[in-house]
Design a protein. Structure first.
Ligand code: NAD
Ligand code: IPM
Ligand code: MN
Length: 386
C-alpha cells in the first residue's frame, strides 16, 4: 500500500453542491426551543463511537452556542444484567415525554442472547413512539471508497424503511415447542395506513430534495397479499408525484443490482425486514457499515438517531470502530432541529478526514483510531467555525 492511497482523487471529490446534502427536508424536521436529547451510548462500540460523536457536537457548541440539551442515560446490557430490567416503565415515559429525541450508539451483547434489552429499548422506542420512518441515507463521498470496481463517481441511495410493522411486531408463537413436531409462526403484518405513510414520506423527500426516482422494493411475486397492498398503494400515492419516475423491483433482484450498479438507484422504499437487509448492503457498497447513519422519525413528533451498525463485539474495546456513522447522526440530528448549515459543516469535516487519510482500518489503508478520527473531525468543524 503506497502513499497514493491517500492522494485525494480530486476529480472525484465532491462539494455539497454536487451531491444532495444529508438534510431530512422540512417535512421531517422539528422546530422546538432548546431540544432535549437523551444520549444512550449503549453497548460495545456504541460507547466508543458516541464519545467521538459527542466530541464533534461539543466542538460545534464551543463556537456556535447550540440550544440543545443533552441528557445522559445509562441503559444497555450492563444495566440489564445488573438489575434484571432493561428500562422501567417510568424511565420509558421520561424518555418519551421529557425529551424531543434520542441519540443511541448501539445495543447488543453476547451475554444477552435473547436481545431482551434491544427489544425493550430500541424496538420499544420505534414501536411505542410510532417512529415509522427509518431514513437511511447511504452516501458514497469518494468513488474509491466503494469495494466495487467500476464505480466512477460519488452517489447516494436514500432508503426509506418502514419501521413499525412487517416481521418486527413479534406477533406469532410456537407450538409443540421442544418436540420433533415443533411449529413456529412469525406474522408478517402490513396495514394500509402503515404502507401509505412510509411511501408518502419517500415521495415527499424525493420531491423536496429534487431526487428523480423512487423505487419500491418488495417480493410481490411470492407475497401476493402483502406485495399486492404495497404495489397498489405505491401507485396510488405516486399519482400525486407525476414528475418523479416510479418503479418497483423484487428484493432479490435489488440485492443483485445493488452490487452490480448501485448508482442506478436514488430513493428506495421498502418494508421493515427488507429495509434492514438492503441498508447493510447499500451501506457497504457506499464505503462501509461504519459510515452509515440513520434517523427513526415520527414526523413532527419525535426522533431517534443511531448509526446503522450494531455493537460489533468482534472489534469492541480496541479503538478500531469507525465513528463516522455516529458523527453523521449528529449531522442528521442538527438538521432535524433546524441547524442545517451545521450538519453541512460536519459532512465537510467527514469528507476532509477521509480525503486526508484519517480513517479507521475498515476503510482500505486506514490506520487511525476511533479517537483520532473523532478528534480530527472535531478540530475541523471547530476551525471552520472560527
Ligand atoms: P454489527 O453491525 O455490530 O457488525 C457487523 C460487522 O461490521 C462486524 O464485523 C463489525 O466489526 C463491523 N462493524 C460494524 N460497525 C463498525 C464500525 N463502526 N467500524 C468498523 N467496523 C464495524 O452487526 P452484528 O455483528 O450482526 O451484531 C452485533 C450486535 O449488535 C448484535 O447483538 C445485534 O443484534 C446488534 N445490533 C444492534 C443494532 C443497533 O443497536 N441499532 C444494529 C445492528 C445490530
Ligand atoms: C438495525 C438492527 C436492528 C433491526 C436489530 C438490532 C433489532 O439490525 O437497526 O438495523 O433489525 O432493526
Ligand atoms: Mn440492521
Amino acid at each position: 500500500m503506497g502513499w497514493w492511497w491517500w492522494k485525494p482523487d480530486l476529480n472525484l471529490s465532491i462539494t455539497r453542491r454536487d451531491l444532495p446534502p444529508y438534510s431530512l427536508t422540512s417535512y421531517f424536521s422539528l422546530s422546538c426551543q432548546m431540544p432535549r436529547i437523551a444520549v444512550i451510548p449503549g453497548d460495545g462500540i456504541g460507547v466508543e463511537v458516541m464519545k467521538e460523536a459527542r466530541r464533534v457536537l461539543a466542538a460545534l457548541d464551543d463556537t456556535e452556542t447550540l440550544d440543545l440539551e443533552l441528557v445522559d442515560w445509562d441503559l444497555g446490557a450492563e444495566r440489564y444484567l445488573r438489575d434484571g430490567v432493561a428500562i422501567t416503565e417510568e424511565e420509558f415515559r421520561a424518555l418519551a415525554d421529557d425529551h424531543d429525541a434520542v441519540f443511541l450508539g448501539a445495543l447488543g451483547d453476547p451475554r444477552v442472547p435473547g436481545m431482551e434489552h434491544i427489544k425493550a429499548i430500541l424496538l420499544g422506542l420505534r414501536f411505542k413512539l410510532d417512529l415509522y420512518v427509518n431514513f437511511r441515507p447511504c452516501v458514497l463521498p469518494l468513488a474509491r471508497l466503494s469495494p466495487l470496481t467500476g464505480i466512477q463517481k460519488p452517489f447516494r441511495i436514500d432508503i426509506f424503511r418502514e419501521n413499525t410493522e412487517g416481521l418486527y411486531t413479534g406477533l406469532g408463537g410456537s407450538f409443540k415447542t421442544g418436540t420433533p413436531d415443533e411449529i413456529a409462526i412469525e406474522k408478517d403484518l402490513h396495514t394500509r395506513k402503515g404502507v401509505e405513510r412510509i411511501i408518502r414520506a419517500a415521495f415527499e423527500y424525493a420531491k423536496l430534495r429534487g431526487r428523480g426516482r423512487v423505487t419500491l422494493v418488495d417480493k410481490a411475486n411470492v407475497q401476493r397479499f402483502v406485495g399486492g397492498l404495497w404495489r397498489k398503494v405505491f401507485e396510488e400515492v405516486g399519482e400525486a408525484y407525476p414528475r418523479i419516475s416510479q418503479d418497483s423491483m423484487y428484493v432479490d433482484a435489488m440485492a443483485m443490482d445493488l452490487v452490480r450498479r448501485p448508482d442506478h438507484y436514488e430513493v428506495l422504499v421498502t418494508s421493515n425486514l427488507f429495509g434492514d437487509i438492503i441498508s447493510d448492503l447499500a451501506a457497504v457498497v457506499t464505503g462501509g457499515l461504519g459510515l452509515a447513519p440513520s434517523a427513526n422519525i415520527h414526523p413532527g413528533q419525535y426522533a431517534l438517531f443511531e448509526p446503522v451498525h450494531g455493537s460489533a463485539p468482534d472489534i469492541a474495546g480496541q479503538g478500531l470502530a469507525n465513528p463516522i456513522g455516529a458523527i453523521r447522526c449528529v449531522s442528521l440530528m442538527l438538521e432535524y432541529f433546524g441547524y442545517e448549515h451545521l450538519g453541512d459543516r460536519i459532512e465537510e469535516g467527514v469528507l476532509a478526514s477521509i480525503e486526508n487519510g484519517i480513517t479507521t482500518p475498515d476503510l482500505v489503508g486506514g490506520k487511525s483510531s476511533t479517537e483520532e478520527v473523532g478528534r480530527w473531525v472535531a478540530s475541523y468543524v471547530e476551525s471552520e467555525s472560527a
